[in-house]
Design a protein around this ligand. Structure first.
Ligand SMILES: [Zn+2]
Length: 421
């Protein structure tokens, strides 16, 4: 029994050795955070918080539903110009872009979106409750746009330099049926399409969250039309509602690949109880991280709706006309992943952790989907703290000074490390 304490002591020594490994190599984020440039820029951001919030509110006050971002884009471009940024422009799709030159070794796009989910007539009044500022579109994503302005000022004040050029972007079409059209253009046809090597979207209100998996989706509006007629006099005529119902039933029975989803979200049609409808419509949403799964689901959807139309044409009379089906793709968000082992994800994790949050990788549909689908390393980081996004009365930004300052510094550290400061 006397050997046991010795064994325990040996074990304790072994555990201690494991717990205290030799000093690990310094990470990019640690190196950045030790630099005088980061420290000066971070101090500037701290002092600039009030202005950042004011600018976020000024931008939030300009209505910008998806597809109607032009006024807000103009205002944001003016603010970037006033900041002294170079090459401030509004591209052919409506994105605002501005460059902070580095040493030309790559280009890091830092992106917040201009559009909101709220229609033009939404009451945009701002309401404060303690540290919370309630306003539709403030957290998602006007504050993100203001963070870009704040970062530009802080980097200038600190005289920071970086290897990669920084491209600040206010994007259009991020929400809903905007279909990420802004970033699709940025990377597909825009003037910087061949230069962007890394992509950081600032969007979301949970600073622990790092989006490195972009959930892709395809959305369809499928319309069935037919000749219609009196419910009694034309009884026996093909009925678009029957074709639609057949299609939805088949879709409901479809076995979707693991991790993929399919939903019939809207069904409408018909005009009167005593009329055979001339039209019936459904809206279908399919999602997956895997492009192949999405493509397969799309093919099955198209097969099913065509078959439903054909079967209805066989089941009832087509004497006065046939059922036609028109599937229209109304959404196509590419999927993609930035591997957890990618240096950019590592930078994001280190930046989040260094500012007091436990990093969590997650799956979302954001502007970062597009670069991910093209193999450009991309992540989405929080652009603020708060919650209630997409709900006019609930959306709020939390500007509790300590956490707000940490979130801004986290964005700064990630951007500087990504750009090779
Ligand atoms: Zn957003």
């Amino acid at each position: 029994m006397r050997v046991q304490p010795v064994a325990a002591a040996c074990l304790a020594a072994a555990v201690a050795a494991v717990a205290a490994p030799p000093a690990a190599a310094e990470t990019d984020v640690e190196r950045v955070m030790r630099s005088p440039a980061y420290q000066a820029a971070a101090a500037h951001l701290d002092a600039d918080r009030g202005r950042i919030v004011e600018e976020a509110i000024a931008l939030q006050q300009i209505p910008a539903p998806t597809g109607q971002e032009a006024r807000k884009a103009q205002a944001f471009a003016d603010m970037l110009r006033a900041q002294g940024l170079r090459d401030v422009a509004i591209d052919a799709e409506g994105n605002v872009t501005a460059v902070r030159p580095g040493r030309g070794r790559g280009m890091v796009a830092v992106v917040a979106h201009l559009d909101t989910v709220f229609p033009l007539d939404t009451d945009l009044t701002v309401r404060r409750e303690g540290d919370r500022i309630f306003a539709p579109g403030l957290a998602d994503d006007s504050h993100g746009l203001a963070v870009l302005l704040g970062l530009a000022r802080a980097l200038d004040a600190a005289g920071a330099t970086h290897d990669a050029d920084l491209l600040f972007v206010g994007s259009v079409g991020e929400e809903g049926l905007g279909d990420l059209r802004g970033v699709k253009h940025l990377l597909g046809a825009g003037p910087y399409r061949d230069r962007i090597t890394r992509f950081i979207a600032l969007d979301g209100t949970d600073p622990a969250e790092i989006v490195n998996r972009g959930l892709g989706s395809k959305r369809y509006r499928v319309t069935f039309t037919g000749p219609g007629g009196h419910s009694y006099l034309a009884f026996g005529t093909v009925n678009p509602v029957y074709a639609l119902a057949d299609a939805t039933t088949r879709l409901a029975r479809l076995r979707v690949p693991r991790g993929a989803t399919l939903n019939v979200g809207v069904v409408q049609g018909g005009t009167a109880v005593n009329a055979i409808p001339t039209r019936a419509e459904m809206q279908v949403d399919m999602r997956s991280l895997e492009r192949a799964h999405l493509d397969a689901l799309e093919r099955r959807l198209l097969r099913i709706v065509r078959r439903a139309a054909r079967d209805e044409n066989r089941a009832r009379s087509t004497k006065s006309g046939r059922i036609e089906v028109t599937p229209v793709k109304v959404g196509d968000r590419p999927s993609g992943v930035t591997k957890a082992s990618d240096p950019l994800v590592r930078i994001a994790r280190d930046a989040v952790a260094a500012h007091g949050w436990t990093p969590r990788l997650s799956t979302q549909s954001t502007d970062a989907n597009v670069p991910m689908s093209r193999g450009i390393p991309a992540v989405t980081l929080a652009s603020g703290l708060g919650g209630g996004e997409h709900a006019a009365a609930e959306e709020h930004l939390d500007v509790e000074p300590g956490a707000h300052a940490r979130q801004l510094r986290m964005n700064l550290a990630a951007v500087l490390a990504a750009a090779g400061a």
